[in-house]
Design a protein around this ligand. Structure first.
Ligand code: GTP
Length: 361
């Protein structure tokens, strides 16, 4: 079995983070998200992976290379213009040798791919789609199917009251090679809007696979923070949870009196014992937190400096950010790579400060 992980999107909703880092390389507790996805493929015995990329592909290629370091074979196919979620599959057709798994590159899930493969073998048809039940389907694509799992309709972003079902497309698919015959070459094609309806019309059998696995789409800053909260609480089993803080830098937090778990800290951090850290805080490699600073519900990437007395709550700070003395960053704010928040400045709620494009709502 081969896998195609779609990693070519611009990740506009995660800006300004994605001005400096493509979405698949955004870290989850210090490790690029795509590495977490590849780990899951390895666990399922899927070692032959194709990555259709296009937006900042060099960041991905530099990190994973040909995949041999992690026991995988990775083939990159770079799109000159975005081909969309189905166009990207057609564009890698020459590398496909049989049935294959497709993963959206921005989904964090505990889905067991081996079980999904077994289900496809049982059900047959041209493809199997992973579905998840959500309370409010209005920002997702609802999927209608009968008792056998046979899908009859897709309804994009229907209002909660009129949505036909609360089962949504969870962004993992399993396809027979023949699906590629249905996708036109050389243009942008959306799998959700064009290819799925076409498969339904063709009667080739597209089936649903609904599970109650952990699932979150990392497309927006709020969801990115929620994903960290879940990982730190053990709801998504990624970290080996220990009684104290997790991560290689955890020992540097030993003298911090006001440490509220869960907290994850990577190597090389320096934290003044008078700082207040947590709960739900991630400190990336080489972060420095000065005296009296307060950090809550926030994710700091590498080399972030928080100066004396600054307060950061519910925020995401990209690599190299510097927050000046007594500055205050409120809930929902996102600060892009290497940006500086001046001493005594107040940001947010929901501010966006980017290195290349400052956007403040
Ligand atoms: P937004 O701009 O915030 O909507 O993010 P996005 O560009 O990543 O789009 P979306 O979340 O809808 O994409 C779902 C998945 O498909 C992500 O993993 C994207 O990387 C990927 N994707 C979207 N468009 C393309 C494309 O044109 N080519 C490739 N190769 N992948 C794509």
């Amino acid at each position: 079995m081969q896998a195609i992980v779609l990693v070519g999107g611009e990740g506009t909703r995660l800006r300004p983070l994605t001005y400096g880092t493509p979405k698949p390389m955004v870290p989850i507790a210090g490790v690029p998200f795509l590495a977490r996805t590849l780990e899951r493929l390895c666990q399922a015995g899927i070692l032959d992976v194709i990555l259709p990329a296009g937006y900042m592909p060099e960041a991905i290629v530099d990190y994973f290379g040909d995949g041999s370091a992690i026991g995988m074979k990775i083939t990159y196919v770079i799109e000159e213009t975005p081909l969309g979620t189905a166009g990207a599959l057609k564009n890698v057709e020459q590398y496909i040798t049989g049935p294959f798994v497709v993963l959206n590159g921005d989904i964090l899930t505990s889905l067991d791919l081996r079980k999904m493969i077994a289900e496809h073998e049982r059900k047959g048809g041209i493809g199997l789609l992973h579905l998840i039940r959500v309370d409010d389907p209005s920002s997702f694509g609802s999927v209608v199917h009968d008792e056998s799992g046979l899908i009859s309709a897709f309804v994009e972003k229907a209002p909660r009251e009129t949505a036909p079902t609360n089962e949504i497309n969870a962004g993992t698919y399993l396809f027979e090679q023949e699906i590629l015959d249905l996708i036109p070459a050389g243009r942008n094609v959306s799998i959700e809007r064009e290819t799925f309806p076409q498969i339904i019309a063709s009667g080739k059998g597209l089936y649903a696979y609904t599970t109650s696995d952990y699932w979150i789409d990392l497309g927006k800053p709020e969801q990115y923070l929620n994903a960290h909260r879940d990982v730190l609480a053990g709801r998504m089993p990624l970290l080996t949870l220990e009684p104290g803080a997790t991560g290689e830098g955890a020992s540097a937090l030993a003298k911090v009196a006001k440490l509220h778990l869960p907290v994850h800290a990577d190597a090389g951090i320096q934290v003044d014992p008078t700082a207040e850290i947590g709960p739900n805080v991630v400190l990336g490699e080489g972060c420095r937190i000065e005296s009296g600073a307060i950090l809550r519900d926030s994710v700091l990437w590498d080399r972030v400096t928080i100066e004396e007395g600054a307060i950061v709550e519910g925020a995401i700070l990209a690599s190299g950010v510097r927050v000046g003395r007594d500055a205050r960053i409120h809930e929902g704010s996102v600060v892009g790579h290497d940006a500086v928040v001046a001493a005594n400045e107040t940001l947010g709620p929901d501010s966006r400060v980017g290195a290349s494009a400052p956007i403040t709502r």
